[in-house]
Design a binder for this molecule. Structure first.
Ligand SMILES: NC(=O)CC[C@H](N)C(=O)O
Length: 242
């Protein structure tokens, strides 16, 4: 079996270490004997419907988001949205997450349109949210990472959060939510990178991709003892910094 992973804007929106998520997805496939191909898709490059099994879109600064927002609006964004509506799994972190909502309003410059995949919108605030974050998710249990964003994301009635913030600020520092879930798509503010420390989310994305491409497939378990210990230690550190 083979999965093709599309790393959206991997050459421009890549300054928060989120490439670790792409490495984790590919490696957790390969450890299971599943071939994994990573294709980076940039500004001006067409998104081919049906080609990809999984999408990843990482964080980036406002400056990169301006060019990317222009690129993803229109046909390219419509293809991406249709793929996710059809069940293709997606993980988007911070700047990528923001542009999958209705809009992102940065401090300076015009409001950037999102593709409206998530019923959510983001408005930059004065204080930057920076620090360890621990989220309690009904789906994935304890999720740990690092946040670094000025955007405050608010969820509309059609969106459900990834989880509740235990430590940190999350979507907006006000309503206790973090991230957004829709079909097999996950948006969140957790850098770190997220997936190496939270392998249950990586395996959720891989399993969803395999199901779509090959029908029902049982994902063989991996020994995540080390990851579990690292996550527990990170949670303790984060709780200690409250
Ligand atoms: N970490 C990021 O991707 C930052 C996204 C956006 N520029 C913000 O500061 O909210």
């Amino acid at each position: 079996m083979k999965l093709t992973i599309c790393w959206l804007y991997g050459s421009t929106m890549n300054i928060y270490g989120d490439r670790g998520n792409v490495l984790a997805l590919a490696q957790r496939c390969r450890w299971r004997g599943i071939e994994a191909e990573v294709v980076t898709l940039g500004v001006g490059e067409p998104l081919e419907a049906g080609r990809y099994d999984l999408f990843f879109w990482g964080g980036g600064q406002d400056r990169e988001q301006v060019a990317v927002a222009a690129d993803i609006s229109g046909p390219k964004g419509e293809v991406l949205r249709a793929e996710v509506e059809a069940g293709v799994p997606l993980l988007a972190v911070c700047g990528g997450y923001q542009l999958l909502g209705r809009f992102y309003r940065p401090h300076d410059g015009p409001e950037l349109p999102g593709i409206g995949l998530f019923d959510a919108w983001t408005i930059a605030g004065n204080e930057r949210f920076i620090g360890n974050i621990v989220v309690d998710s009904d789906e994935f249990g304890e999720v740990v990472g690092f946040e670094n964003h000025s955007g405050r994301t608010y969820l509309g009635p059609g969106a459900r959060p990834l989880g509740r913030v235990r430590v940190g600020r999350g979507n907006n520092g006000e309503d206790g939510t973090e991230g957004c879930r829709y079909r097999n798509a996950i948006g969140c503010y957790l850098h770190g990178a997220l997936l190496p420390k939270n392998p249950a989310i990586a395996d959720f994305l891989i399993a969803a991709a395999l199901r779509r491409r090959y029908g029902e497939v049982t994902l063989s378990p991996l020994d995540d003892t080390i990851e579990a210990a690292a996550r527990a230690a990170a949670v303790q550190r984060a709780v200690g910094t409250r």
